[in-house]
Design a protein around this ligand. Sequence first.
Ligand code: KDG
Ligand code: MG
Length: 409
Amino acid sequence: MKIIAADVIVTSPSRNFVTLKITTDEGVTGLGDATLNGRELAVAAYLTEHVVPLLIERDPHRIEDTWQFLYRSAYWRRGPVTMAAIAAVDMALWDIKGKVAGMPVYQLLGGASRTALQTYGHASGRDIPELFDSIRQHLEEGYKSIRVQTSVPGIKALYGVAAQAQATGERYDYEPAGRGPQPAEEDWDTRAYLRHVPTVFEAVRNEFGPEIPLLHDGHHRMTPIQAAKLGKSLEPYDLFWLEDCTPAENQDAFRLVRQHTTTPLAVGEVFNTVFDFQTLIREQLIDYVRAASTHFGGISPLKKVMDYAAQYQIKSGFHGPTDVSPVGLAAQTHLGLAIHNFGIQEYMEHSEATNTVFEQSMTFADGFLHPGDKPGLGIELNEEAAASFPYQQAYLPYNRLADGTVHDW
Ligand code: KDG
Ligand code: MG
């Protein structure tokens, strides 16, 4: 079998997605997700200009060899653009292998280690009553674990709070930045945030009791010592995890955080390779691997990092916001079903428009996700529908402090 074509499809049903479709001489096709939120066209160009020509005539069954070839032959390694492009190829080849074998991808990865994947949903609110409504709604829909984000008095606009969506009756902010030629500017005040967050978790525990696993995303906004302080102040509320408490380009930062708190830590949604996790895993500085198959080079390297993490009792918590397309989500759902050290899967339902473009066998019921049993990844691209949602420029927002300094967001 040979690859005879590879097409890059950019579509924007509620938000932008970049999809690679590989076609073989036997008519089998495979899909891969190459979406890099806010920088979509860079990956589309990397694929079209540099990767697609290298795929033609290759044997689609040689997944590992193709991955190593694309990673090593470029000489210039790593980075989100390169790794999202390689990820799309890797996923599409697993999709093809599954279709040829007549098996869902999780069977090729060792078979199911569980019946379905426990998920967590995103509850948020501009104030406590709005947050409680959002938590109740998620519980009614079957979610068993809940991420909690709220506005903070003194901060005007805070990413991760679906304020825009709630104002218009939508579920989530599918395009957090709004669409346009410039990123939206938001504000940030760490001291106000550190004062407020424990009071929110106290209120949530008082209202909903001690059992629900609660999560929180710090979105890289704190210094290590501020992160340590937050982890410590949240200990009475027994979090499932505190995510991205500090930027992790410097992995040593997590040593400091870890020395001060027993709140479990999750990190890695912006990581691209196993090297970003090397110290964090070896020194057991984290509890959950947050990488997404899409930004980490695909299913193959994500399985390897999870095998490495297993030696240290570190589990998965793969990144699953709506900017990971249904193809990327399906890829990591197959992997999550197969690996022993699965932890939890982030799940924000995609919009109706997105689901029209990406027809899926994945199911979500009673808080659990399953990739379905169709051969391959279980996603079909409705190309006609995709064409009716042309790309629209969109940026993620960013933060400035009161004195105008750009801050991590
Ligand atoms: O594109 C950026 C989003 O994927 C990210 O901000 C979402 O932090 C996020 C999360 O935990 O889902
Ligand atoms: Mg996050």
